[in-house]
Design a protein around this ligand. Structure first.
Ligand code: CU
Ligand code: ZN
Length: 366
């Protein structure tokens, strides 16, 4: 099969012919139909992530069709439409059994090493082993993944839209719906209007927030935020907190969301939350080793800070529900997709992202 291989950090991906072994026990072979190009792929490709490794096949925002299943697979069968999950749901571990978290513990260690759960790989090239990325490796025509890391979705859903639910869109929606549990009539501020921030805007709208303020540096993105339900938009700057206080009778917002990964913006998001009960949800991913500055007085006076990974979405249960809401017309996915690419244009997807041209490039396979 064709796959985009990260050979060396800081170099363009190379589309090559790789071998993919058959699925083993509990694993599934998926024919990919579409895959979004995300910042995490670019971050790893650049070499900035100290836990990154190469060679590997990047990609984690995949959607496709089950081609075949290995022994003992009970959750899926050939023909099922699936979204890939870098955050699986085994359904049995202490975290899966607890409603308070989506951080499944089942396969974390091996996934982090680039292995499938049994500690081996299915990807190779002339006998040389190639590691999997985020347990997904979806910049490829096919992938083998554990069944617990695939969400079975409505087969009517267009897969080039559904793939966005594999990462950023669910992260943003879930931050508002699951982590913050935004209440109707409330005021929310979303910092950042990339895929995660726009998802958070949409999530606040679905939860019935009355005012949704979106902050970003790009007018184009703020326009997209309006399309997702933002009632007010602000161009970010040093004085963002003061401007939000002015908009909210001096108090701040009931809910704030951080979706840039910039720790200075995170601090603003904490300080823009309302005294007494304001909740700041951090959904952006900061660089490894960075720290967030919070003046403790902000916490003593009733603000809270929460973190949200993949929007608190338990993938196999939650992603199909979000896709159903999209199919019911509650979530408008089309505006997020700025470019359709072929696999051999994957590096163009990175360039578009670095140039902040549009929200998402989607690779389509056929
Ligand atoms: Cu991603
Ligand atoms: Zn689990």
């Amino acid at each position: 099969m064709q796959a985009a291989v990260l050979e060396e950090f800081g170099k363009p991906l190379e589309v090559q012919e790789l071998e993919l072994a058959e699925p083993r026990a509990g694993e599934v072979l998926v024919r990919l139909v579409a895959c979004g190009v995300c910042h995490t792929d670019l971050y790893t490709a650049s070499g900035a992530d100290p836990s990154g490794y190469a060679p590997t096949v990047l990609g984690h925002e995949g959607a496709g069709v089950v081609e075949s299943v290995g022994p003992d697979v009970t959750l899926l069968e050939p023909g099922d439409h699936v979204v890939t999950l870098f955050s699986p749901q085994c359904g049995e571990c202490i975290h899966c059994l607890d409603a308070r978290t989506n951080l499944c513990l089942a396969i974390r260690d091996e996934q982090g090493k680039g292995h499938l759960p049994d500690g081996t790989v299915r990807l190779s090239r002339g006998g040389e082993e190639i590691r999997h990325f985020m347990g997904t490796s979806t910049f490829a025509e096919y992938t083998v993944m554990p069944e617990i890391a695939l969400a079975k979705i409505n087969p009517e859903a267009p897969l080039d839209h559904a793939c966005l639910f594999a990462c950023g869109l669910s992260t943003g929606l879930g931050a508002a719906i699951n982590t913050a549990k935004v209440e109707p009539g409330s005021t929310a501020v979303v910092f950042g209007a990339g895929m995660v921030g726009l998802g958070a805007v949409a999530g606040c709208r679905l939860q019935g927030a009355e005012r949704i303020v979106c902050v970003d540096l790009s007018d184009d993105r703020l326009e997209l935020a309006r399309g997702q339900g933002a009632t007010e938009v602000l161009t970010g700057g040093e004085d963002t907190v003061e401007r939000i206080l002015e908009l909210t009778d001096g108090f701040g917002a009931d809910y704030t969301f951080e979706a840039t990964g910039n720790v200075k913006v995170m601090r603003q998001a904490v300080e823009a939350a309302r005294m007494g009960w304001g909740l700041c949800t951090v959904a952006g991913v900061a660089g490894r080793g960075e720290t967030l500055d919070i003046v403790p007085r902000f916490l003593i006076t009733g603000r809270r800070v929460a973190g949200s990974s993949f929007g608190g979405v338990k993938g196999r249960e939650g992603v199909p529900k979000l896709v159903d809401r999209y199919m019911a017309g509650e979530i408008d996915v089309e505006p997020f997709i700025s470019h359709h690419l072929k696999l051999d244009e994957v590096n163009r997807g990175f360039e578009l992202m670095e140039a902040q041209d549009g929200i998402r490039s989607v690779i389509q396979y056929d």
